[in-house]
Design a protein around this ligand. Structure first.
Ligand code: SF4
Length: 678
């Protein structure tokens, strides 16, 4: 039986073989896109988290703050959760409640959770983990192009002659895409990598621009300025397909190559060469990830990429495009399904007219003003009193862990719905045990907009239930208490058909029957439509049909290093683990990478007398963790790199709650720390 990998947004098709509740091995069908038989270690060996001893097996509830969590029946736990939510709603209104659906759950489950929030809890405080990863890309792409996904399909990798990969350790975070790009490079394509770290991509690059962390905007603007100066831009494209050019071009004045060299640390000649290569290669694709987005200027950085692509006419063409590599398996789908505070399903902006339209379809009124972003919710507790948290572990994933802890302690009521016990479970008032994606049906949407089936391979353990069932049952009870309508949608297919009816131009042609054969990419308006590959070939999805340039201004990081904290800490991921580690660290992958290793440059290690493998402390203004030093020139001098998967040494104890003003994404990539020998 074929299903979709539960880890990253590549969305590899996997065929796990299971017998008597065990996974014997995982194969990958060669005929199916997007991976055509390829898998990374996570898809191949990391699925046994479903059998972990740490699975949540039965519902639990806490009757009052300070009391222990105790086992409860589903009936009791659901009744209690509905009662508490309804009671907070009556006292304080929908603004006091937030719902965070999960990008690990299916499209159908995300859709139902945001519908519950909007129709029953009367709140647009709905968000998901994209807030912490690509919300800044979404902000820039939406306002410029009118769409926030990858513009080009993954098959276009085989038609690309130049890859510009910015802030993406693709070989570790999206390994199958990394392997595809490297194969295409071996076939003759060129590769430019812009990254402070010597990643697997940098190793394969023709040009590697090792810039200082957080200086990407300056570098990208300098490339744009040079392309303009040398007349290498696509004048016809800019005139016919864009607007806002004049004001933006004016904004580039300060970004000279000389200044760029000073600010970024990259030699001017290298910046010039990269700019010329990008402007003069017709099929040139931009790919990026968290190195671009997780900054207080994340939106500006993503915007600088958008501007560069528009200037050179690289959007709406095969083998080119703007390609943000989405992280979590269904993070694209979570946004598509409306798990965002400012848009309904299908990225329809929350406004009075659209709220009336969705309200009419759902049989009730829904709030017509945008809600709070996830990071804003954690800043607004206890004003926000109740959170329904699905498949998220903010204690590991939010910045500045002590701050998050205080926020969670300040909540009046917290529901944690997850497959495994995590660092946030101890703060819960109600725990709902969920089935993993190996134990249920539905769909995920991968990074290039391909909707693919999720199929049941195993039975859920204990009393765990699919998120769809849990949210549906909670909705039924809330509706009864609040006197609101709640349509029973018993199967994932019934939910999906409701999505199709609401979003006919985007999902109308994607039926479950079609997905039996293989995934279908949106937009797909009809059942005989193949699904769109390259977006914006003719027009952009803006009111004028043109894409818009926006100035992207550089400013320094919120917390630059200083005498007391002389190193820049950058956080991220490693090949063997996934995000908060809830799944990968409860699988066989844990044996391959069991503890936090912090990358320290050999020159820094030499100065401080730190040996490779020695245990050291990392200290920021917000906390301290102990980790093993990995002395390596993968990371540049003055920078240390710490993956955030390790609850016993949480990198997010050190990071700061400084946010991008537009997308409210935290600055995970730059925090000032010092190293201490133990
Ligand atoms: Fe799974 Fe991503 Fe690895 Fe594919 S590349 S097997 S989707 S983790």
């Amino acid at each position: 039986m074929v299903t979709t990998c539960p880890y990253c947004g590549v969305g590899c098709q996997i065929a796990p073989e299971a017998r008597e509740g065990r996974i014997l091995r995982v194969l990958a069908p060669e005929h199916l896109p997007p991976n055509h038989g390829a898998l990374c270690v996570k898809g191949r060996f990391g699925l046994d988290y479903a059998l972990s001893q740490k699975r949540l097996l039965f519902p639990m509830l806490r009757e009052r703050k300070g009391a222990p969590l105790r086992r409860a029946s589903w009936e009791e736990a659901l009744d209690y959760a509905a009662f508490r939510l309804a009671e907070i709603l009556r006292r304080h209104g929908g603004e006091a409640v937030a719902v965070f659906p999960s990008a690990k759950t299916t499209n159908e489950e995300v859709y139902l959770a945001q519908k519950l929030a909007r129709t029953l809890l009367k709140t647009n405080n709905v968000d998901h983990c994209s807030r912490l990863c690509h919300s800044s890309s979404t902000a820039a792409l939406s306002r410029s192009l009118g769409g926030a996904s990858m513009t080009n399909p993954l098959e276009d990798i085989w038609r690309t002659d130049l890859f510009v990969v910015v802030g993406s350790n693709t070989t570790e975070t999206h390994p199958v895409i990394g392997a595809m790009i490297k194969k295409r490079v071996r076939q003759g394509a060129r590769l430019v990598v812009i990254d402070p770290r010597y990643t697997g991509m940098a190793e394969a690059a023709h040009l590697w621009l090792r810039l200082r962390p957080g200086t990407d905007v300056f570098l990208l603007n300098a490339m744009a300025r040079l392309i303009l100066e040398e007349g290498l831009w696509d004048r016809a494209y800019v005139e016919e397909r864009t607007e806002g050019f004049g004001e933006w071009a004016e904004s580039l004045k300060p970004y000279t190559l000389e200044r760029a060299e000073e600010v970024t640390g990259v030699e001017a000649g290298l910046i010039r060469e990269a700019a010329r290569l990008y402007a003069t290669t017709p099929r040139a694709g931009l790919y990026w990830a968290m190195g671009v987005t997780q900054h207080t200027k994340g939106t500006a950085t993503a915007q600088a990429l958008v501007n560069l692509a528009l200037l050179t006419g690289h959007v709406g063409r095969e083998g080119a495009g703007l390609n943000p590599l989405r992280g979590q398996n269904n993070v694209q789908g979570a946004g598509d399904m409306g798990a965002l505070p400012n848009v309904f399903p299908g990225y329809v902006p929350v406004e009075p007219e659209t709220a009336r339209r969705f309200g009419a379809a759902w049989g009730t009124w829904v709030p017509d003003k945008p809600g709070l972003y996830m990071t804003e919710v954690f800043e607004r507790i206890p004003e926000v009193r109740a959170v329904y948290l699905i498949g998220e572990d903010p204690m590991t994933s939010e910045p500045f862990q002590d701050h998050t802890k205080k926020a969670l302690e300040g909540l009046e009521f917290l529901i944690v719905q997850d497959i495994l016990e995590n660092e946030t479970t101890p703060f819960a008032d109600v725990v709902f045990p969920a089935a993993s994606s190996l134990e249920k049906e539905g769909t995920f949407t991968n990074t290039d907009r391909r909707v693919q089936q999720v199929r049941r391979i195993l039975d859920p353990p204990g009393e765990a239930r699919p998120d769809l069932w849990i949210t549906g049952e909670l909705g039924r009870r809330l509706a009864r208490l609040l006197g609101e309508p709640w349509k029973e949608l018993a199967t994932p297919e019934a939910v999906w058909n409701e999505v199709r009816s609401l979003l006919p131009g985007m999902m109308g042609g994607i039926t479950y029957a079609r997905l039996e054969a293989e995934g279908v990419r949106w937009p797909c308006p009809r059942e005989d439509h193949l699904g769109e590959g390259v977006l914006f070939r003719e027009r952009f999805n803006t009111p004028s049909g043109r894409a818009r340039f926006f100035p992207a201004e550089y400013h320094p990081p919120a917390e630059p290093p200083d005498d007391r904290y002389p190193f820049t800490l950058s956080t991220g991921r490693v090949l063997f683990h996934w995000h908060g580690g809830t799944m990968s660290r409860n699988s066989r992958l844990e044996a391959a990478y069991p503890e936090l290793k912090v990358e320290v440059n050999p020159k820094d290690a030499g100065r401080l007398g730190i040996q490779d493998g020695e245990r050291i402390a990392l200290v920021s203004r917000r906390g301290r963790i102990v980790a093993r030093a990995w002395v390596t020139d993968r990371t540049p001098e003055g920078v240390v790199y710490a993956p955030f998967h390790f609850a016993e040494a949480p990198a997010n104890r050190l990071t700061l709650n400084a946010y991008d003003p537009i997308s409210r994404i935290p600055e995970y990539k730059v925090a000032a720390v010092r190293l201490e020998k133990l």
